[in-house]
Design a protein. Sequence first.
Length: 365
Amino acid sequence: MGRKTGEMLHLRGNALTKGEPVALPLTQSSMFHLPGAPDGHDFYGRVNNPTWEHLEQVLAHLEDAPCLAFPSGMAAISAALFATVKAGSRILIPSDGYYVTRVLADRFLSGLGVIVTERPTTAFSEGGFDGIDVVFVESPSNPGLDMMDLPAIASSVRAAGGITIADNTTMTPLGQRPLDMGVDIVVSSDTKAMGGHSDLLMGHVASRNTDVMERVEEWRRVSGAIPGPHEAWLLHRGLETLDVRFDRMCSSAQVLAERLAAHLAVKDIRYPGLPSDPSYTLAQAQTTRFGFLLSITLETQAKAETFINTCPMLRPATSFGGVHSSAERRARWGDDVDPAFVRLSVGCEPVVELWQAIDASLNAL
Ligand SMILES: *Cc1c(COP(=O)(O)O)cnc(C)c1O
């Protein structure tokens, strides 16, 4: 598996000259030595930084498309939207995707004259895409894990004259490749599995459309939404182990999902890798792995809380994609889910230990 992650690990090494460090140096500088004409040199920390530039080469290798790094997933999503909409534009977003994207659209874009429409993931194509300028998709959706037919949607949107932006946070470029399915722009929160250690916030935008990437770069430069060099360095370090982490996390999620599906304390389960799951067919067609997120619904809210707070191998925390497995009740943030619905992010613990801890905690409820 992996998007040539071996080649990725040697991108820097193969361009080194004798005596240079093998590990990526962290360049923490706002100023660059710049006598005379500035042309072609790094000149100011809001515009260039060698640490992000190398990170962007690695991201571009994974995405197989030019990439720009941002200080968070929301900064990347904002950049992609501000680069593509203007007053009078119509945008369509999922009503059950990551909620902050909806807040951005409702509270800021609509105030600037952008017309925002929402549809649920499972009925996203109903009504077609005529007259819509920007279609924002998220598949699988967070937290519901419903999926959309990305190639069909991307081609209908293109035929109607619009562009598609896909939030690929939950799958990473190793698990799903929206650009290869006809999507125009990928956005990602690299705070999650890409960074993988729950110690940074970052994001990126990827696109093979040169005009779009020029606008996104200009947005970053003038809005000032730039990544800190240290975060860029940490994300680069995280990406070096993405392949092994993602592999372990997805394999463990499959094992856990099968066992949880058979557990008496579990009323309902969603995992795209279970043949009985509503997302299974689309996941088989569109993803190379079934992911590391699953959700279970227990009997009551109280049992869900006890499970999350007492299982010694689950961090009760929001966010996901870290090496430490984590869980939370999404209803506490107002997501439209059952009060006993628990989103579980499977980490890198050996699956035997992880299952023992989860099984024991469920049995003790
Ligand atoms: C977390 C998340 C974001 C936002 O990313 P931040 O790094 O927290 O800004 C966007 N989309 C999805 C699907 C996410 O899970």
